[in-house]
Design a protein around this ligand. Structure first.
Ligand SMILES: [Zn+2]
Length: 74
């Protein structure tokens, strides 16, 4: 049975929403250096960097990692 156009649209929206809002730990670590540089330069955070911030809020492991990085920066 083929999915209806309605179902396809829903699926695409779900995928888009996931990509826009969530990154995993690997992605987080890949971006965190850039994030720190931006923070230090007090630049406005790009939307993709807000995903880093978002991940910090939901992932205790990366929060810990991030705190360690911050400490080493100061
Ligand atoms: Zn994480």
């Amino acid at each position: 049975m083929k999915p209806t156009r309605e179902q396809l649209r829903d699926l695409l929206q779900q995928v888009a929403a996931t990509q826009a809002e969530e990154i995993d730990c690997e992605e987080f670590l890949a971006r965190v250096a850039t994030y720190l540089e931006k923070l230090r330069a007090e630049e406005t955070l790009a939307s993709e960097l807000s995903q880093v911030a978002q991940h910090l809020r939901v992932c205790p492991n990366c929060s810990e990692e991030f705190e360690a990085l911050l400490a080493s920066f100061e």
